[in-house]
Design a protein around this ligand. Structure first.
Ligand SMILES: CC(C)(COP(=O)(O)OP(=O)(O)OC[C@H]1O[C@@H](n2cnc3c(N)ncnc32)[C@H](O)[C@@H]1OP(=O)(O)O)[C@@H](O)C(=O)NCCC(=O)NCCS
Length: 297
């Protein structure tokens, strides 16, 4: 049977997933290896994939890591958030879990290999990156870096769903129960983050961060939500559980973030954002806020 036949039909827009020349990589020191990877969440999306293991503490892996840095810096440099080398080493490679997809170098467009300044002789070239670190709260991990090569490629060469499937792979592989994270209001990443489980907003304004207009979220990872990233279907379970409020957060209005933050601090929540709304919205549109029906009736 060909690998294409093994691909879940939902992933047909992400046809690159059927290629043997693109595989997930797991860039984790051996002591942090995941026990029984992929045993918590039920999905067949990655059944045809064989992860490539890389040890970030091994000098032989430096050329791959240098290309990961290039990808990260090109993704975040213009936002003033390029990861410093010490932060990647101290806060990702040592305590956490780093994963992504990599392409077999000889099968990739030369431009990608050049842009990422991959040293000659490397079998694999990174195409995406996701970092999560476990927290003291059992089952909860914090995600703090997601990037994919797509935005720096011409549209016709992009790998549809690369960013989304990078995070999905890591959550699945590492058996992540609850994923928290931070993202800037108006970032395209919210179109991805809202599809891994119902998205609770636990902070709407973060002056402690480099960018105060940062949203902090958490979700219980639920593979039932994942397919809507591709189908764009309404999430009826979300609408059954949560009702719309009169509150909004407007990415161009800092005050709306501060007002929402005060409501969260006042324990008026929990508050949620709808993946369906976000998928239909422009990045600059205001976010409608939802609340558990039982909390506000
Ligand atoms: C955000 C990011 C990870 C998304 O990854 P990607 O591989 O480009 O996106 P995917 O192919 O997985 O998803 C495509 C979907 O994302 C949305 N999307 C991605 N980029 C978008 C943009 N610039 N504007 C609007 N929507 C966008 C769209 O909804 C699109 O799906 P659709 O066309 O069916 O509606 C990637 O753009 C990136 O690395 N950006 C720079 C770094 C960054 O901002 N990271 C997020 C930090 S939290």
């Amino acid at each position: 049977m060909s690998l294409t036949n093994l691909l879940n039909p939902l992933l047909k827009k992400a046809s690159w997933m059927s290629s043997d020349d693109i595989q997930p990589y797991v860039f984790v020191r051996p002591e942090n290896s995941i026990e029984r990877p992929g045993s918590l969440h039920v999905t067949d999306w990655f059944q045809n994939k064989k992860p490539i293991f890389k040890n970030p503490l091994h000098l032989d892996e430096l050329p791959f890591a240098e290309a990961v840095y290039q990808l990260e810096w090109k993704s975040f440099g213009d936002k003033g958030m390029a990861i410093p080398r010490w932060a990647f080493y101290d806060c990702a490679a040592m305590p956490g879990f780093v994963a992504g997809f990599a392409g077999r170098t000889k099968s990739l467009p030369k431009k990608i290999v050049e842009m990422l300044e991959l040293a000659p002789g490397q079998e694999w070239c990174p195409l995406s990156l996701f970092i999560i670190i476990p927290t003291m709260h059992k089952g909860e991990w914090v995600a703090y870096d997601l990037c994919a090569i797509n935005p720096i490629l011409p549209r016709e060469q992009q790998y549809y769903g690369l960013g989304f499937l990078t995070k999905a792979f890591a959550l699945w592989y590492a058996n992540v129960v609850q994923c928290s994270g931070m993202t800037q209001w108006g970032s395209p990443s919210l179109k991805l983050h809202s599809n891994y489980g119902h998205l609770e907003m636990i902070g709407s304004y973060a002056p402690l961060h480099t960018h105060a207009k940062t949203m902090t979220y958490r979700c219980q990872v639920d593979t039932n939500c994942w397919e809507r990233f591709f189908t764009k279907e309404e999430d009826l379970a979300f609408l059954e559980k949560y009702g719309i409020t009169d509150y909004i957060v407007d990415p161009s209005n800092e005050n709306s973030m501060i007002e929402m933050q005060k409501r969260i601090q006042n324990n008026e929540g929990p508050f949620y954002l709808s993946a369906s709304d976000i998928s239909k919205n422009k990045l600059t549109d205001a976010f409608r806020v939802y609340q558990s029906k039982k909390e506000y009736t």
